[in-house]
Design a protein around this ligand. Structure first.
Ligand code: AR6
Length: 175
């Protein structure tokens, strides 16, 4: 499903983000930026060693921030690595940090001429964020960004499983 927002399009699809043909895919990384499991592992496996070689020069990434590298062998030209919060009890600034991941990723995209971006469900795997709330934050933050910035034409949420897909679809319908 998709929605127009200020001349841009937000889409929600189910699939494997490593196969996306967009200017940049976003990685749900950890602060080391040196790889891990989940979508992080899948991106590094599919993109090859050029990605981690660039990551090593970046000196890590704080939670809520984002940094860009090549996409290596991926169909996407770039990978934007963001670090989501680990969900504890919702009182540790998790919502603001998660919103910051989406905002900073789009700022980094704009700075690098990226016009189409695909996001996974940041923090919704190992980091344990409650999925419906994470979906509302993700969609709300992206929509607010597109309403106040020009240059990004397409933002696609690529969700791996039915739970995240349904939650993001509901959040986009409600937005
Ligand atoms: N395409 C799209 N989404 C995917 C894919 C894929 N190929 N593979 C998994 N997902 P997670 P986090 C979904 O755990 O919670 C890593 O080890 C997955 O189903 O990858 O932010 C990092 O190095 C889930 O919905 O990221 C960190 O240490 C979503 O991607 C830590 O995990 C995010 O799940 C980050 O945890």
């Amino acid at each position: 499903m998709q929605k127009q927002v200020s001349g841009a399009v937000i889409e929600v699809v189910q699939g494997d983000i490593t196969r996306e043909c967009v200017d940049a895919i976003v990685n749900a990384a950890n602060e080391s930026l040196l790889g891990g499991g989940g979508v992080d592992g899948a991106i590094h496996r599919a993109g090859g060693p050029a990605i981690v070689a660039e990551c090593r020069k970046l000196g890590g990434c704080k939670t809520g921030d984002a940094k860009i590298t090549t996409g290596g062998r991926l169909p996407a030209k770039h990978v934007i690595h963001t670090v989501g919060p680990r969900y504890r009890d919702g009182t540790r600034g998790e919502a603001e940090l998660l919103a910051s991941c989406y905002r900073r990723s789009l700022e980094v995209a704009l700075e690098n001429g990226v016009r189409s971006v695909a996001f996974p469900a940041v923090s919704c795997g190992v980091y344990g964020y409650p999925i419906p709330e994470a979906a509302r934050i993700a969609v709300g933050t992206v929509k607010a960004f597109l309403e106040t910035h020009t240059g990004i034409e397409r933002v696609r949420f690529v969700l791996f499983g039915p739970d995240t897909f349904n939650a993001f679809r509901a959040a986009l319908e409600a937005a």
